[in-house]
Write a protein that binds this ligand. Structure first.
Ligand SMILES: Nc1ncnc2c1ncn2[C@@H]1O[C@H](COP(=O)(O)OP(=O)(O)O)[C@@H](O)[C@H]1O
Ligand SMILES: [Mg+2]
Length: 280
Protein backbone atom coordinates (compact mmCIF):
# COMPACT_ATOMS: atom_id res chain seq x y z
CA UNK A 1 0.00 0.00 0.00
CA UNK A 2 1.48 3.37 -0.91
CA UNK A 3 2.35 5.60 2.01
CA UNK A 4 0.68 8.95 2.26
CA UNK A 5 3.20 11.54 1.24
CA UNK A 6 4.05 13.92 4.02
CA UNK A 7 4.30 17.59 3.40
CA UNK A 8 7.53 18.70 5.05
CA UNK A 9 8.43 21.90 3.31
CA UNK A 10 8.61 23.86 6.53
CA UNK A 11 9.02 22.69 10.12
CA UNK A 12 5.91 24.68 11.01
CA UNK A 13 3.84 22.67 8.59
CA UNK A 14 5.20 19.35 9.81
CA UNK A 15 4.51 20.47 13.37
CA UNK A 16 0.98 21.48 12.45
CA UNK A 17 0.30 18.12 10.88
CA UNK A 18 1.58 16.27 13.93
CA UNK A 19 -0.63 18.47 16.02
CA UNK A 20 -3.71 17.77 13.89
CA UNK A 21 -3.01 14.05 14.03
CA UNK A 22 -2.58 14.06 17.79
CA UNK A 23 -5.78 16.04 18.13
CA UNK A 24 -7.67 13.44 16.11
CA UNK A 25 -6.31 10.74 18.41
CA UNK A 26 -7.15 12.65 21.55
CA UNK A 27 -10.46 14.10 20.47
CA UNK A 28 -12.40 12.12 23.08
CA UNK A 29 -10.27 13.35 25.97
CA UNK A 30 -11.32 16.31 28.09
CA UNK A 31 -10.00 19.78 27.24
CA UNK A 32 -6.41 20.44 28.17
CA UNK A 33 -5.59 22.03 31.49
CA UNK A 34 -4.50 25.61 31.90
CA UNK A 35 -0.84 25.87 30.88
CA UNK A 36 1.95 26.50 33.36
CA UNK A 37 2.77 30.23 33.41
CA UNK A 38 5.76 31.08 31.23
CA UNK A 39 7.82 34.19 30.66
CA UNK A 40 5.66 36.62 28.75
CA UNK A 41 6.70 39.55 26.66
CA UNK A 42 5.07 42.58 28.19
CA UNK A 43 3.09 43.56 25.12
CA UNK A 44 1.14 46.35 26.74
CA UNK A 45 4.03 48.26 28.32
CA UNK A 46 4.08 51.69 26.68
CA UNK A 47 7.40 52.96 25.34
CA UNK A 48 8.85 49.47 24.96
CA UNK A 49 9.73 48.73 21.32
CA UNK A 50 8.23 45.60 19.79
CA UNK A 51 11.71 44.75 18.51
CA UNK A 52 15.10 45.73 19.78
CA UNK A 53 18.23 44.19 18.28
CA UNK A 54 21.63 45.13 19.59
CA UNK A 55 24.79 44.18 17.68
CA UNK A 56 23.35 40.93 16.41
CA UNK A 57 25.65 38.55 14.58
CA UNK A 58 24.75 35.26 12.99
CA UNK A 59 27.42 32.92 11.74
CA UNK A 60 26.68 29.60 10.09
CA UNK A 61 29.34 26.93 9.99
CA UNK A 62 29.42 24.91 6.82
CA UNK A 63 32.20 22.35 7.10
CA UNK A 64 35.17 24.48 8.15
CA UNK A 65 33.82 27.60 6.48
CA UNK A 66 32.11 30.28 8.56
CA UNK A 67 29.35 32.18 6.76
CA UNK A 68 28.73 35.56 8.36
CA UNK A 69 25.08 36.05 7.48
CA UNK A 70 24.54 38.97 9.92
CA UNK A 71 27.35 41.26 11.03
CA UNK A 72 26.31 43.55 13.84
CA UNK A 73 22.68 44.43 13.22
CA UNK A 74 21.12 47.04 15.50
CA UNK A 75 17.45 47.77 15.04
CA UNK A 76 14.49 49.18 16.91
CA UNK A 77 10.92 48.84 15.72
CA UNK A 78 8.06 50.49 17.60
CA UNK A 79 4.50 49.29 17.91
CA UNK A 80 2.37 50.20 14.89
CA UNK A 81 5.24 50.65 12.44
CA UNK A 82 5.13 49.32 8.89
CA UNK A 83 8.69 48.40 7.97
CA UNK A 84 10.12 46.86 4.84
CA UNK A 85 13.46 45.11 5.06
CA UNK A 86 14.88 45.08 1.58
CA UNK A 87 18.06 43.60 0.15
CA UNK A 88 19.44 41.42 -2.60
CA UNK A 89 19.31 37.65 -2.47
CA UNK A 90 21.85 36.37 0.07
CA UNK A 91 22.02 39.66 1.99
CA UNK A 92 20.72 38.06 5.22
CA UNK A 93 17.00 38.86 5.13
CA UNK A 94 15.71 35.39 5.94
CA UNK A 95 18.36 34.95 8.62
CA UNK A 96 17.12 38.19 10.19
CA UNK A 97 13.49 37.14 9.87
CA UNK A 98 14.23 33.80 11.56
CA UNK A 99 15.78 35.65 14.48
CA UNK A 100 12.95 38.21 14.71
CA UNK A 101 10.47 35.34 14.60
CA UNK A 102 12.28 33.38 17.33
CA UNK A 103 12.83 30.55 14.86
CA UNK A 104 16.58 30.89 15.35
CA UNK A 105 18.87 32.65 17.83
CA UNK A 106 21.75 35.08 17.27
CA UNK A 107 25.34 33.82 17.52
CA UNK A 108 26.00 36.96 19.57
CA UNK A 109 24.19 40.16 20.48
CA UNK A 110 20.77 40.58 22.05
CA UNK A 111 17.22 40.41 20.81
CA UNK A 112 14.39 41.78 22.90
CA UNK A 113 10.83 41.07 21.82
CA UNK A 114 8.40 43.37 23.61
CA UNK A 115 11.09 43.93 26.20
CA UNK A 116 11.81 40.26 26.81
CA UNK A 117 15.38 39.10 26.14
CA UNK A 118 14.73 35.85 24.26
CA UNK A 119 18.15 34.43 25.13
CA UNK A 120 17.79 31.74 27.74
CA UNK A 121 14.06 31.28 27.13
CA UNK A 122 13.51 27.55 26.63
CA UNK A 123 12.18 26.04 23.40
CA UNK A 124 8.65 25.42 24.68
CA UNK A 125 8.30 28.93 25.99
CA UNK A 126 9.65 30.32 22.72
CA UNK A 127 7.09 28.32 20.77
CA UNK A 128 4.44 29.77 23.02
CA UNK A 129 5.69 33.33 22.46
CA UNK A 130 5.85 32.75 18.71
CA UNK A 131 2.32 31.48 18.62
CA UNK A 132 0.95 34.38 20.62
CA UNK A 133 3.01 37.38 19.56
CA UNK A 134 3.96 36.78 15.93
CA UNK A 135 1.93 36.10 12.83
CA UNK A 136 4.02 34.58 10.04
CA UNK A 137 3.41 34.88 6.33
CA UNK A 138 5.75 33.05 3.92
CA UNK A 139 6.33 33.19 0.20
CA UNK A 140 5.02 29.65 -0.19
CA UNK A 141 1.83 30.15 1.90
CA UNK A 142 2.46 26.99 3.97
CA UNK A 143 -1.20 26.05 4.28
CA UNK A 144 -2.01 22.53 5.42
CA UNK A 145 -3.14 20.63 2.32
CA UNK A 146 -6.51 18.82 2.32
CA UNK A 147 -7.62 21.10 5.13
CA UNK A 148 -10.28 23.76 4.61
CA UNK A 149 -9.50 27.46 4.77
CA UNK A 150 -11.32 27.88 8.07
CA UNK A 151 -9.49 24.96 9.73
CA UNK A 152 -6.15 26.31 8.48
CA UNK A 153 -6.93 29.65 10.08
CA UNK A 154 -8.14 28.02 13.31
CA UNK A 155 -4.92 26.09 13.80
CA UNK A 156 -2.97 28.65 15.89
CA UNK A 157 -6.02 29.00 18.13
CA UNK A 158 -6.12 25.26 18.65
CA UNK A 159 -2.47 25.39 19.78
CA UNK A 160 -3.49 28.12 22.18
CA UNK A 161 -6.16 25.80 23.63
CA UNK A 162 -9.18 27.88 22.64
CA UNK A 163 -12.31 25.83 22.24
CA UNK A 164 -14.31 25.14 19.17
CA UNK A 165 -17.04 27.76 18.94
CA UNK A 166 -14.63 30.60 19.76
CA UNK A 167 -12.11 29.29 17.25
CA UNK A 168 -14.67 29.12 14.48
CA UNK A 169 -15.97 32.59 15.19
CA UNK A 170 -12.50 34.14 15.15
CA UNK A 171 -11.39 32.24 12.05
CA UNK A 172 -14.44 33.37 10.12
CA UNK A 173 -13.87 36.98 11.25
CA UNK A 174 -10.20 36.83 10.14
CA UNK A 175 -11.20 35.41 6.75
CA UNK A 176 -13.71 38.23 6.44
CA UNK A 177 -10.92 40.76 7.10
CA UNK A 178 -8.98 39.45 4.10
CA UNK A 179 -12.07 39.41 1.89
CA UNK A 180 -12.58 35.65 1.85
CA UNK A 181 -15.96 35.23 3.57
CA UNK A 182 -17.08 33.24 0.55
CA UNK A 183 -14.14 30.81 0.60
CA UNK A 184 -14.32 29.58 4.20
CA UNK A 185 -14.97 25.95 3.24
CA UNK A 186 -12.58 25.74 0.30
CA UNK A 187 -9.46 23.57 0.28
CA UNK A 188 -6.11 25.21 -0.58
CA UNK A 189 -6.14 23.32 -3.90
CA UNK A 190 -9.44 25.03 -4.74
CA UNK A 191 -8.00 28.53 -4.24
CA UNK A 192 -5.80 30.77 -6.40
CA UNK A 193 -2.31 31.68 -5.19
CA UNK A 194 -3.50 35.11 -4.10
CA UNK A 195 -6.42 33.61 -2.18
CA UNK A 196 -4.14 31.07 -0.51
CA UNK A 197 -1.87 33.88 0.61
CA UNK A 198 -4.89 35.74 2.01
CA UNK A 199 -5.84 32.61 3.98
CA UNK A 200 -2.27 32.58 5.29
CA UNK A 201 -2.63 36.24 6.32
CA UNK A 202 -5.92 35.42 8.09
CA UNK A 203 -4.10 32.63 9.94
CA UNK A 204 -1.36 35.10 10.90
CA UNK A 205 -3.97 37.55 12.20
CA UNK A 206 -6.24 35.26 14.10
CA UNK A 207 -4.28 35.22 17.37
CA UNK A 208 -4.16 39.02 17.39
CA UNK A 209 -0.34 39.05 17.40
CA UNK A 210 1.88 42.02 18.26
CA UNK A 211 3.44 41.86 14.83
CA UNK A 212 3.11 40.30 11.43
CA UNK A 213 6.33 39.04 9.92
CA UNK A 214 6.15 38.39 6.19
CA UNK A 215 9.08 36.92 4.21
CA UNK A 216 8.70 37.63 0.47
CA UNK A 217 4.88 37.36 0.76
CA UNK A 218 4.34 38.44 -2.84
CA UNK A 219 7.24 36.42 -4.27
CA UNK A 220 4.99 33.75 -5.76
CA UNK A 221 2.12 36.02 -6.82
CA UNK A 222 1.09 37.79 -10.00
CA UNK A 223 0.82 41.59 -10.05
CA UNK A 224 -2.89 41.76 -9.24
CA UNK A 225 -2.68 39.33 -6.32
CA UNK A 226 0.46 41.08 -5.03
CA UNK A 227 -1.40 44.39 -5.02
CA UNK A 228 -4.27 42.79 -3.07
CA UNK A 229 -1.91 41.37 -0.48
CA UNK A 230 -0.07 44.69 -0.09
CA UNK A 231 -3.40 46.44 0.19
CA UNK A 232 -4.33 44.15 3.09
CA UNK A 233 -1.03 44.87 4.87
CA UNK A 234 -1.64 48.59 4.40
CA UNK A 235 -5.11 48.34 5.95
CA UNK A 236 -3.87 46.19 8.84
CA UNK A 237 -1.21 48.76 9.56
CA UNK A 238 -3.79 51.57 9.51
CA UNK A 239 -5.64 49.58 12.17
CA UNK A 240 -2.50 49.78 14.29
CA UNK A 241 -0.74 46.51 13.56
CA UNK A 242 3.03 46.28 13.36
CA UNK A 243 4.04 44.90 9.98
CA UNK A 244 7.50 43.73 8.96
CA UNK A 245 7.71 42.97 5.29
CA UNK A 246 10.82 41.30 3.92
CA UNK A 247 11.42 41.61 0.20
CA UNK A 248 14.08 41.87 -2.50
CA UNK A 249 11.79 44.05 -4.62
CA UNK A 250 11.93 47.81 -4.35
CA UNK A 251 8.42 48.02 -5.86
CA UNK A 252 7.13 46.07 -2.85
CA UNK A 253 9.25 47.90 -0.26
CA UNK A 254 7.80 51.31 -1.22
CA UNK A 255 4.46 50.26 0.30
CA UNK A 256 5.97 50.51 3.78
CA UNK A 257 6.40 53.68 5.85
CA UNK A 258 9.96 52.83 6.72
CA UNK A 259 12.47 51.07 4.50
CA UNK A 260 15.53 49.37 5.95
CA UNK A 261 18.18 48.26 3.48
CA UNK A 262 20.41 45.32 4.25
CA UNK A 263 23.50 44.35 2.34
CA UNK A 264 26.01 41.66 3.15
CA UNK A 265 24.62 41.20 6.66
CA UNK A 266 24.56 44.84 7.73
CA UNK A 267 22.01 47.63 7.64
CA UNK A 268 23.14 50.24 5.11
CA UNK A 269 20.12 52.56 5.15
CA UNK A 270 17.04 53.24 7.25
CA UNK A 271 14.58 55.73 5.75
CA UNK A 272 11.19 56.93 6.88
CA UNK A 273 8.63 58.54 4.67
CA UNK A 274 5.14 58.26 3.31
CA UNK A 275 4.54 55.03 1.45
CA UNK A 276 4.58 55.71 -2.27
CA UNK A 277 3.45 52.34 -3.54
CA UNK A 278 0.72 52.63 -6.13
CA UNK A 279 -1.65 49.70 -6.25
CA UNK A 280 -1.53 47.82 -9.56
N1 LIG B 1 21.36 27.43 7.28
C1 LIG B 1 22.39 28.03 6.67
N2 LIG B 1 23.61 27.46 6.67
C2 LIG B 1 24.65 28.05 6.07
N3 LIG B 1 24.58 29.23 5.41
C3 LIG B 1 23.39 29.83 5.37
C4 LIG B 1 22.23 29.26 5.98
N4 LIG B 1 21.19 30.10 5.77
C5 LIG B 1 21.67 31.12 5.07
N5 LIG B 1 23.00 30.97 4.81
C6 LIG B 1 23.87 31.93 4.12
O1 LIG B 1 23.74 33.18 4.78
C7 LIG B 1 23.65 34.24 3.86
C8 LIG B 1 22.33 34.98 4.03
O2 LIG B 1 21.27 34.13 3.63
P1 LIG B 1 19.74 34.52 3.78
O3 LIG B 1 19.51 35.05 5.14
O4 LIG B 1 18.93 33.35 3.36
O5 LIG B 1 19.62 35.71 2.71
P2 LIG B 1 18.35 36.29 1.92
O6 LIG B 1 17.10 35.86 2.60
O7 LIG B 1 18.56 37.77 1.94
O8 LIG B 1 18.44 35.74 0.52
C9 LIG B 1 23.84 33.62 2.48
O9 LIG B 1 25.19 33.72 2.15
C10 LIG B 1 23.45 32.18 2.69
O10 LIG B 1 24.11 31.36 1.77
MG1 LIG C 1 15.36 34.91 1.86
Amino acid sequence: MPRRRRYVERPAVARAQRFLESRRERSSRPARQAPVPRPRPRSSRPGVPVIELDDVHKTYSVGDIAVHALRGVGLRIERGEYVAIVGASGSGKTTLMNILGCLDTPTSGTYRLNGLDVRGVDEDALADIRNREIGFVFQSFNLIPRTRAQANVELPLAYAGLHRAARQERAVAALRQVGLSNRVHHLPSELSGGQQQRVAIARALVTNPAMILADEPTGALDTVSSAEVLDIFGRLNEQGRTIILITHEQSVAVHARRVIRISDGTIIADERGEPTGAVG
